[in-house]
Design a protein around this ligand. Structure first.
Ligand SMILES: [Zn+2]
Length: 108
């Protein structure tokens, strides 16, 4: 039986590698497309939830406030019920909050 020559084997290996690379690239593009679709859907969900929260906060009467400091933010007053930012605390409210006075509404 005749042995295939080196050139033939090299070309066959090159074709095998090229086919594998094409398959890998196709798989990467498929994964990228799936990630893109998921990201679009997550953004839609976030938008819908944000709208739902806005509507809820619009209809809330904001009868009770609590002072909180969120990470990376200043101390602010929020509605207890709907968590909407209302305004900044007064100087006295801020002192009560910071020093844990009895009147403090601190809950964090
Ligand atoms: Zn509210």
């Amino acid at each position: 039986m005749e042995q295939p020559d080196d050139d033939f084997l090299e070309k066959a290996e090159a074709r095998r590698i090229a086919a594998q690379e094409a398959a890998d690239q196709k798989e990467r593009l498929k994964e990228e497309e799936e990630t893109k679709k998921k990201a679009i859907n997550i953004h839609k969900d976030i938008d819908n939830l944000q709208k739902e929260l806005n509507d809820l906060q619009e209809s809330c009467k904001h009868t009770d406030a609590v002072i909180k400091q969120r990470p990376g933010d200043t101390v602010k007053k929020y509605c207890v019920a709907c968590d909407k930012y209302l305004n900044y605390p007064t100087e006295q409210e801020l002192k009560d909050y910071l020093y844990g006075n009895d009147r403090s509404t601190r809950k964090d």
